[in-house]
Design a protein around this ligand. Structure first.
Ligand code: NCD
Length: 312
């Protein structure tokens, strides 16, 4: 593979070239192999600092980044909203100035407003990794999803993934569908009409029922959580109704088994809403693999990005 142009930040999927995507996905493989060893650490980022800046609650993603940075021997600092001056009304730019003075090499940031990681990236020499900004993007989630899908389908091009749920409010849906499309994987969507954005991605096939999804023959079904905290207003009649119409239940599992389709979910899972307890135990669930691959992909991204601090 030819040498890639150095890149400082990872803010979205749209701006990645296929070559860059391949580079990250291929580099994640040896990092994952490391997890089988008793010593799971490499010295790659020794002496470097990673700042985890989470303005939104997160367990899965923040700990995944933390584990990834630790396994690369970086020093990690976690900034959580309640423990920082963010709640005291400090402006974003003042916070950035403080961060800049700390001379972190990598800043991992999650924020409820779309575009915040991009603003931080413009004002700091550190590499900025977008860990989710509003409805906008969640690029490392998309990369880990692609890695997971390609592990089970090395012949991934032309395969089909149905994304089911709250597409409108989901940065995961946006980033993952864009990446799958770039890789030549077909994407379909199912969800309440009010939660499917009109005309956002013309490449996605729109379904109205599970029967339509199953007739299409998906190789994987990707369930999403209903993002209650992002919804202003009522997008569907009730949780019970949602579960009945869109949830993964025992009847739908029968169809999944017939197709040999895999089940994916970015977490956190709302049991009884988009998925039943039974479906959580489905033998072709890739949910734990997604978590494991998340660490490997984030290590590969940390390895790839080049902060400007490294010029010092
Ligand atoms: C997703 C997120 O935060 O966007 N979760 C995650 O990163 N693990 C999806 C979600 O919150 O439903």
């Amino acid at each position: 593979m030819s040498e890639l142009k150095p890149r400082k930040d990872l803010l979205d999927i749209e701006s990645l070239s296929l070559e860059e995507i391949e580079y990250v996905l291929e580099n994640a493989v040896p990092f994952k192999q490391l997890f089988q060893r008793s010593v799971k650490k490499v010295p790659t980022l020794r002496g470097k600092t990673v700042l985890n800046l989470f303005y939104e609650p997160s367990t899965r993603t923040s700990s995944s980044f933390e584990v990834a940075a630790n396994r690369m021997s970086a020093d990690v600092t976690n900034f959580t909203v309640s423990a920082s001056s963010i709640v005291k009304g400090e402006s974003l730019l003042d916070t950035i100035e403080t961060l800049q003075a700390m001379r972190s090499d990598y800043i991992v940031i999650r924020h409820k407003a779309a575009g915040v990681p991009g603003i931080v990236a413009q004002h700091t020499r550190a590499s900025v990794l977008n860990a989710g900004d509003g409805y906008h993007a969640h690029p490392t989630q998309a990369l880990l999803d692609a890695m997971t899908f390609r592990e089970v389908y090395p012949d991934f091009a032309g395969r089909k993934v149905a994304i089911v749920g709250d597409i409108l409010h989901s940065r995961v849906a946006r980033s993952t569908s864009t990446l799958f499309h770039k890789l030549g994987i077909e994407v379909g969507v199912l969800g309440p009409g009010s939660l499917i954005p009109e005309g956002r991605h013309d490449f996605m096939t729109r379904f109205r029922t599970w029967d339509e999804v199953f007739d299409w023959g998906p190789d994987a079904v990707y369930l999403l959580r209903v993002q209650m905290e992002r919804q202003e207003g009522q997008f569907f009649p009730s949780i019970a109704e949602y579960h009945k119409m869109y949830g993964m239940n025992s009847d739908r599992l029968v169809r999944m088994r017939e197709l040999g389709a895999y089940l994916m979910h970015p977490g956190p899972v709302n049991r009884g809403v988009e998925v039943t307890d039974e479906a959580m135990g489905y033998e072709k669930s890739l949910i734990s693999t997604q978590v494991e691959n998340g660490i490997a992909v984030r290590m590969a991204v940390l390895h790839w990005l080049k902060p400007e601090t490294q010029k010092d």
